[in-house]
Design a protein around this ligand. Structure first.
Ligand code: ADE
Length: 428
């Protein structure tokens, strides 16, 4: 059942099918044991109510892991409204369970069109939030494009991903940012784990679920060697693929060389690659000149935030026909008969064709989100409208909690070592 928008505004949700709640509830329960840090924060927050009375507008991938973040914010006293941060990443059964079992206002339907996507964003913003929580900065950009309609009540925000932080820094540089935002992405316990190990594994997961291809021996081209690219290249190599990295940044290219990967321009990689994945955050990375060189049967996917990294209009222009071969695979037949297979419509393949990052790694990212909200509720009024890092003590607290949950203990500095590190006198 898809309620009409007018019905949904009365109901304060708009989801695909409330009848899917049972399946969503089981998946949410399954993820729980892998999210100990968030559960710890939730238990503490339900006692201390650090978010009491706060309204939070969230634009995130609607997944089992996000469900646990919503439950944590609610337990801390917040009222949350959630919409999708990508039209193709929503898990409809999880959305249903959030609405039916947990009373969360969700506006997200897998496969929603652009108009519905933005209508959901506007509906969430119409809840007069105090905080915005973004994954890609679509809430913030909507507020800044319509300052007369949205954002009056907002005191602060958080941002989950690299692409969103780049957009925020652009707003800040132009002197237009209206409120302080914490760049959750930049916390060590976020990007070193989620971007690297999360994207590494879930991107491979999306490729395997949609194609059932053997990676061993395949030529796997990773475009971009940021944290996501590093994780993906490492995991593809772990599966036996022959990995080539393409980069525009000489330092990152050098790092890829010394990590043992082949590095070359994409125009050269296009001729020999079999599987191509973009993870750059930039637009038109794989474009006409590259599609023209690719071998018959090439697989092309994107794992960057927006669906702009593959120039699909160019591929369509080069094609004489297109067909959907399997769930998540669109095959383009070029005029000379070569076939190029696009996964997940060029949207992030880990969420479009699989379930995104596993709960264990989202535990860290979303612990940062929850603690950043607590911090903003306490301090936002003292902060200027800038992009801020997650306070280092929160980052360390999250790492310590995860280690404890994993049963890992570590050493401490002795007093003599502390004195040594604090001094400058001792040399050779
Ligand atoms: N981003 C990547 N994976 C995710 C997940 N499982 N849940 C929410 N956001 C994500």
């Amino acid at each position: 059942m898809t309620p009409t928008m007018s019905a949904s505004s009365r109901r304060s949700w708009h989801i695909s099918d409330p009848g899917l709640a049972g399946s969503g509830r089981s998946k949410i329960a399954w993820a729980e044991s892998q999210m100990p840090v968030l559960l710890h924060i939730r238990a503490r927050a339900s006692r201390t109510q650090p978010l009491k009375g706060l309204r939070i507008a969230c634009c995130l991938h609607v997944t089992t892991e996000t469900a646990h973040l919503m439950l944590t914010l609610k337990a801390g006293g917040a009222q949350v409204a959630l919409c999708a941060s990508n039209p193709l990443s929503t898990q409809d059964d999880v959305a249903a369970s959030l609405v039916k079992d947990f009373g969360v206002a969700v506006y997200a339907i897998r496969g929603e069109d652009r108009q519905t996507y933005y209508r959901h964003i506007e509906t969430v913003l119409a809840s007069s939030p105090h905080l915005t929580m973004d994954d890609g900065a679509d809430l913030v950009s909507t507020i800044h494009k319509h300052p007369d309609r949205f954002g009056e009540s907002v005191i602060g925000g958080t941002e989950e991903t690299t692409t969103g932080v780049i957009r925020l820094r652009s707003l800040e540089a132009q002197g237009k940012l209206r409120y302080p935002i914490i760049a959750v992405n930049d916390a060590n316990t976020k990007h070193l784990f989620d971007n690297r190990y999360g994207t590494g594994q879930s991107t491979i997961d999306g490729i395997l679920r949609s194609t059932n291809r053997l990676l061993a021996g395949s030529v796997f081209v990773v475009c971009g060697y940021g944290w996501c690219g590093k994780g993906l290249a490492q995991r593809a190599r772990g599966m036996g693929a022959r990995v080539i990295v393409t980069e525009i940044n000489p330092v990152q290219a050098l790092e890829a060389v010394m990590d043992g990967f082949g590095v070359m321009p994409l125009a050269a990689a296009a001729r020999i690659g079999e599987i191509f994945v973009t993870v750059t955050g930039c637009s038109s990375v794989i474009r006409e000149e590259h599609f023209r060189r690719m071998k018959d049967g090439a697989l092309v996917a994107n794992s960057g935030h927006f669906d702009v990294e593959l120039d699909l209009p160019a591929l369509r222009r080069l094609s004489r026909s297109r067909r959907v071969l399997r769930n998540g695979i669109q095959q383009h037949v070029l005029k000379d008969g070569r076939r190029i297979n696009v996964l997940g419509e060029g949207r992030l393949v880990n969420l479009a064709c699989a379930e995104g990052h596993p709960p264990s790694v989202m535990d860290l990212s979303f612990a940062n989100q929850a603690l950043a909200c607590e911090y903003l509720n306490r301090y936002a009024k003292r902060l200027a409208p800038k992009v801020y890092p997650v306070p280092a003590e929160l980052d360390r607290e999250i790492a310590a909690l995860k280690l404890k949950a994993l049963g890992v203990t570590i050493d401490r500095l002795t007093p003599a070592q502390q004195r040594y590190l604090a001094g400058w006198e001792l040399g050779t």
